[in-house]
Write a new protein. Sequence first.
Length: 133
Amino acid sequence: MDVDFRTWYDQLIKPPWTPPPWMIGLIWSILYPLIAISFGYVFLQVIRGKIPAWVAIPFLINLVANLLFMPIFSGWKNLWLASVDVVVVWLSIPWAMWTIWPYAQWVALFQVPYLCWVTIATTLMLYILFANP
């Protein structure tokens, strides 16, 4: 994180319940392995032809949107686009859970902590968006 981003981020109006940076890092360090295992399984099963390719669409959308969030938020410092992006991440999780359920319920269940965290992150992002005109 560059100094410019830290200065900019520290000046944003945030809710009093904003998690400290160390907690955000800890949460993602737990979630990323769950995401890697479950998404990897889905993509591998699609490649092997064991599940239809359309099942992987919400996982792919989620992955791309998740990867784009930090460049949009911290690089471009674009609150509107970052908010749209995090909503895409949030909406794609239950969609992914729904599409994979008939094929691998454990993958859907692996998304529950991810959905919980992204719900908090989405709420936080939308608060920041509307509190910082």
